[in-house]
Write a protein that binds this ligand. Structure first.
Ligand code: MTE
Length: 330
């Protein structure tokens, strides 16, 4: 988690259904259909024969940090449901060439998985997400078959998943089964009843669709509650901003009255998190509180206060308390 690239075995996994599809690479087929599209299937061998590209993308679950219970759980959640990997695949646009007529407004991506939703009494045919034309056909929206140089692991969508960089994870459909071009919206559960910006403890979801990732920072070292020796304390983490750049990460030791900039690491643009760090000189024993806030190229920043309800897009600042001590007993 502390590394710039999250190793595959440490990368978070988020599934909606109990059973994961088990697909073989030679049997897997992707169905292309819809307005203006000649129905056809694509095999993995064909996909692999097309020009590919790789992108370093930070993937974050829309529920990261907002669906925990209590401070500790939130901290844990905040750390766990985000990761960065190098994804290799073929742009969705390559498969469709020039055939898509102007009336197509969105693309529907379906997965091979389905079943009972664990949180609500609904039965789902297959995991489904609709993505507007302009993002679906963007050159960076990929059908991915490799993660960090290895075949896509089963839990991450083997053999092929969608990768929608800069948007929350729910759009990056795993175990992809079909792509449908549409000229009008199709309603489905995961677009209409989930992943909406307003949500309540009662599990209701309303408001605009959750899509682009908000600006956010994460403190990795030191961790909340840690005991640290008097003297230089290295503080570090990552910050990301979806489709935007991270332009600054500031830290405050007085609850947000005064801020000082941290040092930013190199940028791997676009879509990837950026390291930040600072060394704090602790010359007093006792609790040390700090809070970190990132700013992006559109001037967006992180809210200071946590929302009380369960929510998506939780990007309020992370507050850390460590204990500075004169000596560490064994
Ligand atoms: N795709 C399918 N087919 N089924 C799913 O349950 N979960 C989504 C998305 N794609 C999901 C899916 C969610 S909510 C997230 S956050 C990401 O996959 C998580 O990707 P990962 O498990 O590879 O980290």
């Amino acid at each position: 988690m502390g590394e710039f690239i999250t190793p595959n075995h440490l990368f978070f996994v988020r599934d909606h259904f109990v059973d994961r599809p088990v697909l073989s690479d030679d049997e897997w087929r992707l169905y292309l259909t819809g307005v203006g599209v000649e129905d056809r299937t694509v095999s993995l061998a064909h996909l692999r024969s097309l020009p590919s590209k790789s992108l370093t993308v930070t993937l974050e679950c829309a529920g990261n940090g907002g669906y925990g219970r209590g401070a500790d759980r939130q901290q844990h959640h905040m750390r766990s449901m985000v990761g960065t990997a190098v994804w290799r695949g073929v742009p969705v646009a390559t498969l469709f060439k020039k055939e898509i007529p102007p009336e197509v407004t969105e693309f529907v991506f379906r997965g091979y998985d389905g079943g009972e939703d664990p949180d609500e009494p609904v039965s789902i045919d297959c995991y489904t997400r609709s993505i507007p034309r302009v993002k679906a056909l963007d050159d960076d929206t990929l059908l991915v078959y490799e993660m960090n140089g290895e075949p896509l692991p089963q839990e991450h969508g083997f053999p092929v998943r969608l990768m929608v960089p800069g948007w929350y994870g729910m759009d990056s459909v795993k175990w992809i089964r079909s792509i449908e071009a549409r000229s009008e919206r199709v309603g489905h559960f995961y677009d209409d009843h989930r992943y909406r910006a307003q949500s309540t403890d009662a599990g209701l979801h309303a408001g605009r669709r959750v899509r682009e990732m908000a600006v956010k920072s994460l403190v990795l070292h030191p961790s909340n509650g840690q005991r640290i020796l008097l003297g230089d304390i290295p503080i570090s983490g990552f910050a990301w901003a979806g489709e935007n750049h991270v332009t600054g990460v500031d830290i405050s030791f007085d609850g947000g009255q005064r801020w000082q900039p941290t040092e930013l690491g190199d940028e791997v643009r676009p879509y990837s998190w950026r390291p930040w760090s600072l060394t704090y000189q602790a010359d007093e024993v006792g609790p040390l509180d700090f809070v970190v806030r990132a700013v992006d190229s559109e001037g967006r920043s992180q809210p200071m206060d946590a929302l009380p309800a369960r929510t998506y897009e939780a990007n309020w600042v992370q507050r850390v308390r460590v204990f500075v001590v004169a000596g560490l007993e064994p």
